[in-house]
Design a protein around this ligand. Sequence first.
Ligand SMILES: [Ca+2]
Length: 534
Amino acid sequence: MGRMLSTTLRRMDDRRLGMLYAARAESSATPLSSSCRLGYSRWELSFSDSVDTDRRNVLPTDFGEEATLDRLRWFAVVLCLAGAVRCGANVAVSAERPNIVVIYADDLGYGDLACFGHPTIRTPHLDRMAAEGIRFTQFYSAACVCTPSRAALMTGRLPIRNSMCSSKRRLMFPTSGGGIPAEEVTLAEALKQAGYATGCFGKWHLGHLPQFLPTNNGFDEYFGIPYSNDMDRVADSPKGRAAFFDPKIEYWAPPLMQNLEIVERPTDQRTITRRYTEHAVDFIKRNAKRPFFVYLPHSMPHVPLFASDKFLGTSRRGLYGDVIEEIDWSVGQILDTLVDLGLDQQTIVWFSSDNGPWLIFDLHGGSAGLLRDGKGSTWEGGMREPTLAWWPGHIPAGTVCRELGSTLDIFVTSVALGGGEVPQDRKLDGFDLRPVLFQEGPSPRESMFYYRGDRLFAVRLGPWKAHFITQDAYTGKGPVEHDPPELYQLDQDPSEKHNVAADHPDVIAEIQKLADEHRAGVEPVASQLEIPLE
Ligand SMILES: [Ca+2]
């Protein structure tokens, strides 16, 4: 405890720091190449060899910015004086086995929340999560459409590995006969195994046949619709997009399910956000005395848009704003329930979205803010999501993380927090984000792989993103291959406007190498999305 630390400060790149954390996160799956030189530069506190490993995790707190030398010297002095400080904090927190809540919006854009810059949509409860917790500015879904995105969240594995993607059929439909494979370990299964009560309230979209539904995949309870709210379109509804621009309940007939039973059809979507919320709150109250996992995947703002009477016509952003503000109300109900039950310091709440905004629906689609394109594309607007995490007393209030994270990481982080077991017999693509949440170290995630269907379109490494293939989301134009790939520096050019490939052949070579290694590590699996309903 009283051993002196050597105070050598030197620069190192994220990848080396990432290795440091990967060594601790047993589940970290992506191999880290020691040759990489492209990550963000960081300062490292270099300790003498006699310092224990946990001490190495105590690092400067403002990971979004490059820390100053003075700050780090001061930090080192404080560290020496204070002794262990937060040494071993991860172990203590892990032992607490917090409740875990994952709130997942559908087709929400990066620019659709007030705390992500929307000028008129009011999101006070989500803003509260940001103010009291952590806001991620570079957090990614693992796919640009619903089904593969949700499969990745639930398994910590890229859809190319868990069978839940296809370039022929991008989603599960009511005519699909496949679903999440039984051999996949869902987040609910991993947490249930660790003693958690598990409930899913919302849109599932990982197969609607009984064996694929939530209660056969780790959840004790389910209330929700099994696929998207625009499926089961009624034949005599207005053609094309007209039905969406004047939505009526009777135009679509998705079933509302309780566990394995259909309890309502068509689902009254006007009250669906409120009812998901009521079921989630009830579940939390009933399970207040044991660890619980709540998965609350809202079926909106995916079109068709519906809001309850209380919210209809109240937002300056129109119907889309009404819908977002009702989802925000829902978030407030969850947070207030946790506070009222005295569980706020024992519960981590995540908020993110499955993919970007569906831009072809004009005012009924959201906004990706300054990001390019939206849902369905591998441009940033399709996969970078407005993401928050809240855990009073554990996540430092008002934190902004400008490093990389992914919904893939929610699986690994949650299982680690819950004291569960991350599967060791398969490749995982998630990282343990606890160092980021607790502001104890940089993000172990340095890269992101952008798939459209089963094809790798782009790769991000540090601030650089190379597009090997591009395709607009829904214009009907085919894919365009690029050799050399298009290259963007996302820290400087988040809108992907300035292709700088000609200036950085070394960067392209490095990313090409990473992409080749990644492809070599993917074993082909048959797609569940191509299996028809018999
Ligand atoms: Ca979606």
